[in-house]
Ligand binder design. Structure first.
Ligand code: UT7
Length: 338
């Protein structure tokens, strides 16, 4: 018999230890948006629920916003940067193919030689990253994982495109994931996730970088384009089923939930999902989109942070979170608020 491979000690459970967020300082109202598109404040409010959004200034980069959110999450968790073993950054707007935003963030944060990588799962990116982090902690691969959802979507949004200009926005949210104690109940439930590449064209970058830089039309930013209505219908109906599966996988019922924080894509999608889930009135529903816009991978942690700040969510509450978007991709799980 040859030598046996040793495995690291694993943890029974994982949980979110700390939560932090960063919102860019510049508030952009609908009045500013409608200067560039044939639309109105009333249309944007009634069709999307967005009253204003935040757009990053020159100094509010993917890395700087992440560092600000991560610093708050670490302080909340009571964890020092050098205790972080892995940094996972979910983003589709770090405009460097390589190196990853995660390595720069780990370095600038003082996370020493932590493993670091970015993931591209659009608006489901945070929930994908959280699932990976939970599994890493439970398997013993890492003791503490920093998960960041961050976007500077204003870089990839054409202000003259009426199908996207009013919806996308910027910001960052972060959590620290670590092991539960021997008597602690699980803090992160099983993920229900998937993808549907047959709907690739519904939300995508208009052009690849080579075509954008060297194509016949001359250099231009490869902005995001979206066929909003098919995505709206898919999200409104199919995502409620995924949310139901996530609640069932966690072994609880809708009545056990305290908080529902779906990806902040459109207030009408949130309302449609809440109706289908038949959430009891006692469940607080995230409505961060009204003043934050749709921040893709950042939207779920930003929404959770707002609810904690407002007192709508408190430590120990059970929250159903779900992300969905370009790909199409989706991921949902039940978590306990730190
Ligand atoms: O985060 C990643 C995932 N993304 C999403 O989940 C976004 C999902 N989609 C949506 O949120 C919605 O589809 C939008 C808010 C983007 C659009 O709302 P909609 O109710 O699906 O509008 P629509 O595209 O079906 O268009 C309805 C009408 C059309 O006019 P007619 O044909 O009825 O006369 C559009 O031309 O609204 C018109 N329209 C607009 N009017 C004013 C479309 N965009 C605009 C606009 N301002 N910006």
């Amino acid at each position: 018999m040859s030598a046996q491979i040793a495995l690291p000690p694993s943890a029974w459970t994982s949980r979110i230890l700390g939560l932090g967020a960063y919102r860019p300082t510049r508030v952009v109202g609908n009045d500013e948006i409608v200067k560039n598109i044939d639309s109105s404040d009333e249309w944007i409010r009634t069709r999307s629920g967005i009253e204003s959004r935040r757009w990053a200034g020159p100094d509010e980069t993917v890395v700087s916003m992440s560092l600000a959110a991560a610093g708050k999450a670490l302080a909340h968790a009571g964890i020092q940067p050098d205790q972080i073993d892995c940094v996972v950054v979910a983003t589709v707007t770090h405009l460097y193919q390589t190196p990853s935003a995660a390595v720069e963030i780990a370095h600038k944060l003082g996370a020493g030689s932590a493993a670091a990588f970015d993931i591209s799962a659009a608006c489901a990116g945070f929930c994908y990253g959280l699932s990976l982090a939970s599994d890493m902690v439970r398997a013993g691969t890492s003791r503490h994982v920093l998960v960041i959802g961050v976007e500077r979507l204003s870089d990839l949004t054409d202000p003259h495109d009426r199908s996207t200009a009013f919806i996308f926005a910027d910001g960052a949210g972060a959590v620290v994931v670590g092991p539960g104690g021997p008597d602690d109940p699980p803090g992160i439930g099983p993920v229900v996730w998937g993808s549907d590449g047959s709907a690739l064209d519904h939300i995508r970058q208009k052009k690849g970088w080579r075509e954008a830089l060297f194509g016949a039309d001359g250099p231009e930013m490869p902005h995001l384009v979206m066929e909003g209505n098919p995505v709206f219908r898919w999200a409104s109906y199919e995502m409620a089923k995924v949310a139901q599966e996530a609640v069932a996988a966690a072994g609880i019922t809708m009545a056990d939930l305290d908080v529902f924080a779906p990806h902040q894509a459109n207030m009408r999608i949130t309302d449609a999902m809440a109706r289908q889930l038949k959430l009891p009135d006692s469940v607080a529903i995230a409505r961060d989109i009204a003043t934050q816009g749709n921040t893709s991978a950042a939207s779920v942690p930003l929404a959770l942070e707002r609810m904690v700040e407002n007192g709508e969510a408190t430590s120990g509450d059970l929250a159903l979170i779900i992300g969905f978007g370009a790909g199409l991709v989706y991921a949902g799980q039940v978590v306990r608020i730190p």
